[in-house]
Design a protein around this ligand. Structure first.
Ligand code: 2AM
Length: 180
């Protein structure tokens, strides 16, 4: 199973992000993420055996009890990579709770499944972002979009991703509420 831990977004945050996606829709090279799938990845695990699920679910619940709900903001957009040809157009997320939770998941996964379970996500530093569109063919950059969005992050999830020709299908396997 292809798995990742992520934070999904409430409707009032998804709506303005989906509106901004209209900016790239007119450039055929950009493929927008379906609005109901907009999310912030905390840790990408890649392909894992089904036998790992029990540990991954227990870790999610344990960290959920440990980490408090926190406010998050989205103010603008950016590109990965920033130099050269961009592959991803994202909304930048800010919030004090993202990095500690992502780091605790990394540590927990390393302890439970071994360090090699962390290799799937690559060695790039964690940058909280919500991918809005991926570049599939040559297409221009779009001007930055400014947002004034704020919402309380009250849960995260373990998600299954199934890759299909039309795009991935995400299934939320379990949600982990954060401490109130
Ligand atoms: P992205 O949005 O920046 O592409 C499911 O694929 C989620 O895991 C996506 O949000 C993706 O981030 C993230 N992810 C992180 N590392 C990944 C990798 N090496 N391969 C695929 N997805 C990865």
């Amino acid at each position: 199973m292809r798995l990742f831990y992520a934070i999904f977004l409430p409707e009032e945050v998804r709506r303005p992000l989906a509106e901004a996606q209209g900016q790239v829709a007119r450039y055929r090279g950009w493929k927008g993420v379906a609005p109901h799938q907009l999310h912030l990845t905390l840790l990408f695990l890649g392909e894992r055996p089904e036998g790992d699920l029990e540990d991954l679910l227990a870790l999610g619940h344990r960290l959920g009890r440990l980490f408090p709900t926190f406010p998050a903001r989205i103010r603008g957009t950016g590109y990965f990579p920033n130099e050269g040809t961009p592959r991803v157009w994202f909304a930048k997320a800010e919030g004090e709770g993202f990095a500690p939770l992502a780091e605790a998941l990394r540590q927990g996964v390393a302890e439970l499944l071994g360090e090699e379970a962390l290799l799937a996500g690559g060695d790039k530093p964690f940058k909280p972002h919500i991918t809005l569109a991926r570049r599939k063919a040559p297409a221009p950059r779009v001007p930055p979009v400014v947002f004034g969005l704020e919402w309380p992050v009250a849960e995260f999830a373990l998600v299954r991703s199934e890759l299909r020709p039309k795009g991935p299908i995400y299934t939320l396997l379990e949600k982990f509420p954060l401490r109130g």
